[in-house]
Design a protein around this ligand. Structure first.
Ligand code: ATP
Ligand code: MG
Length: 578
């Protein structure tokens, strides 16, 4: 079986390069290890917004399932209600859909399984494999030992099964305060793997939950919940990141110590003749990007301390921020595919992500002209009231994107940077007495420079060579081409120029005491006096290449019908690489 074949038209069906996970799945299918099924899941905790690292996991899980005729579930890993909320649930669903993926069936929540998880805990107690422990958090930490010293048994470790059942039921009934008791697995306090030193399975938290309300006051831990949720959903390949490698023995311990028929009985496929197989965990290396802080905890802090303007600030590596900035779903999927999947940690260069969005926008963004720093030009040999509608292609290589009309009038704006009174050598744009071509229109000559009393250039008086539309001027060469808009018929707009948020490669490095000292002061430059050609207002598309300036998109939140706001997604060329 090919491990690279796309099998449907949706986003999941990429033509991916081989990697160790694709290879493993191909082998498992060949040997019918999981009954020939592939069932994956993406298991976010709803405690923040998704970031580009999560996108890698989403692309991987959804794509390997779809490529092999399988499915991918969306399961909220919601065992820590203190930090979770419906706002995060909603944004995560929205982000996944936007990326182009559709989860299998209903959205799942680990909290859907709280009853089953409780019953399985009782089963472990009855098998003598779990006990109620009264050590405080500090004591438990002290008893746990260290990487070099074994732990010590809890004084409650030999409590009778009957007493454990009684206490666990009373924990559930709300008789005890937070932190007074926990339920722990009885494994091995001397294990070299600290995760196996009688890990906590349940803790008491008198707190409402965004899905289950006040039904529960005890909540299962991530490790206990995750493997059982996978087993309930008949997940075949439980793909996660490398920090869970040391948790895998616990994942397996819990599942292998539960009665397999009781797991099968509550699983999705309980009523089918599927030969029940336990899920298996496989780890891959997290995506890391230079010039970027990832990790929901860091991002949350940047939002809460006002370093950025919100989770969807276009400088954030969140999917919400990247979407607002103008990244397309395809560019993110292509990037995730291009970085590959492996078990070795490495840092990916941010320019790879920027390249992916440039490449996609080059193909799909409509071309338009926008003047960011306007300088008025009067075309002295055009009559006032002159309106000439010039037809221009929306894309130089894609006719299907159609054409638009750009009005030329007596007064236009060009960019201040395109005129120099005393030009440096090699300057090809407009100079006093010199000529330049207006993009898609005529060659003009600068006849007069009008200045204010302070000497600032206020406007230029130029004449149009009417014999130069679509052809070279007679007898001379004009090299420079500049963009322009009609002064009367353009739209005033605001433009935000975004750039990298940090100016160092590792803002989260231990050597940096405070990442705030590494913020790029130019990560956001706001311009309020820009003018864009009028076709943009009627355009059905959101993404534009403003000729010579970069790729921009309409800001979906701050734009109003009266005034559009554009975000610069990315410059035309990489200015960071040396
Ligand atoms: P963070 O460290 O940003 O808080 P997390 O791992 O705590 O992330 P979860 O909501 O638990 O966030 O993650 C959901 C899934 O996304 C997990 O399977 C996790 O392994 C994966 N994931 C998280 N960060 C990355 C990353 N940088 N690269 C690839 N996968 C990631
Ligand atoms: Mg987490």
């Amino acid at each position: 079986m090919s491990d690279t074949k796309p099998d449907s038209k949706d986003a999941s069906a990429s033509t991916g390069a081989s990697n160790f996970i694709r290879h493993m799945i191909a082998q498992d299918l060949a040997s019918s290890k999981h009954g020939g099924r592939v069932q994956t899941r993406f298991p976010p905790e709803p405690n923040g917004y998704l970031h580009i690292g999560h996108a890698k996991s989403i692309c991987l899980n959804f794509t390997v399932a779809a490529e092999n005729g399988g499915h991918c579930n969306l399961r909220f890993d919601d065992t820590n209600p203190a930090k979770e909320s419906q706002e995060f649930v909603d944004s995560i669903k929205d982000n996944i859909t936007w990326l182009g993926f559709q989860w299998h069936g209903d959205v799942r929540y680990s909290s859907n399984y709280f009853d089953a998880l409780f019953d399985f805990a009782v089963q472990l107690i009855n098998k003598g494999l779990a006990y109620v422990c009264s050590l405080s958090a500090d004591e438990a930490r002290e008893y746990r030992g260290t990487l070099t010293a074994p732990g010590r048994n809890s004084p409650d470790r030999e409590r009778s099964i009957a007493d454990n059942i009684d206490l666990f039921s009373r924990m559930r009934a709300g008789e005890f305060a937070d932190g007074t008791y926990s339920l722990r697995a009885k494994i091995d306090m001397a294990s070299p793997n600290i995760n196996m030193r009688d890990p906590v399975l349940y803790r008491i938290r008198h707190i409402d939950h965004h899905q289950t309300g006040s039904t529960w006051c005890i909540y299962p831990t991530y490790d206990y919940t995750h493997c059982i949720s996978d087993a309930i959903e008949n997940i075949t390949h439980s793909i996660c990141t490398l920090e869970f490698e040391d948790h895998r023995p616990l994942y397996d311990w819990i599942l292998h110590n539960l009665d397999i028929d009781s797991l099968r009985a509550v699983s999705d496929l309980a009523d089918s003749d599927y030969d029940y197989v336990l899920p298996e965990q496989t780890e891959f290396a997290k995506l890391k990007l230079n010039y970027t802080m990832m990790g929901k905890r860091n991002l949350k802090e940047m939002v809460e301390t006002g370093v950025v303007q919100g989770w969807d600030d276009p400088r954030m590596p969140t999917l919400a921020g990247m979407r607002r900035r103008g990244f397309t779903p395809a560019s993110i999927r292509n990037f995730c595919e291009s970085v590959g999947v492996s078990r070795s940690e490495s840092v990916v260069d941010l320019s790879m992500l920027e390249h992916a969005v440039r490449e996609d926008l080059d193909k799909h963004a409509a071309r338009a002209m926008c003047v960011l720093n306007p300088l008025k030009v009067v075309l002295t040999n055009l009559p006032s009231g002159h309106v000439e509608r010039l037809s221009m292609a929306n894309h130089p290589k894609d006719e299907s994107m159609g054409r638009r009309e750009v009005p030329l009038t007596q007064e236009i704006f060009i960019d201040r940077a395109d005129f120099e009174e005393s030009p440096p050598e090699g300057f090809k744009r407009l100079v006093p007495g010199g000529e330049v071509r207006l993009r898609g229109a005529y060659v003009i000559r600068c006849d007069e420079v009008i200045k204010s009393s302070s000497g600032k250039v206020q406007e230029l008086h130029c004449s149009v060579d009417r014999d130069t539309l679509g052809k070279n001027p007679e007898g001379r060469k004009v090299k420079g081409v500049i963009h322009w808009v009609s002064a009367e018929l353009s739209l005033p707009v605001s433009v935000r120029l975004y750039d990298r948020l940090f100016n160092v490669e590792k803002p989260d490095s231990k050597d940096i005491e405070d990442y705030r000292t590494c913020l790029n002061p130019d990560s956001l430059v706001e311009l309020y006096d820009c003018f864009v050609e009028p076709s943009v207002a009627d355009s059905a598309v959101r993404h534009f290449q403003f000729e010579r300036e970069g790729y921009f998109c309409v800001d979906a939140i701050d734009s109003t019908p009266e005034r559009l706001v554009f975000n610069r997604t990315i410059t035309l060329r990489d200015s960071w690489s040396v």
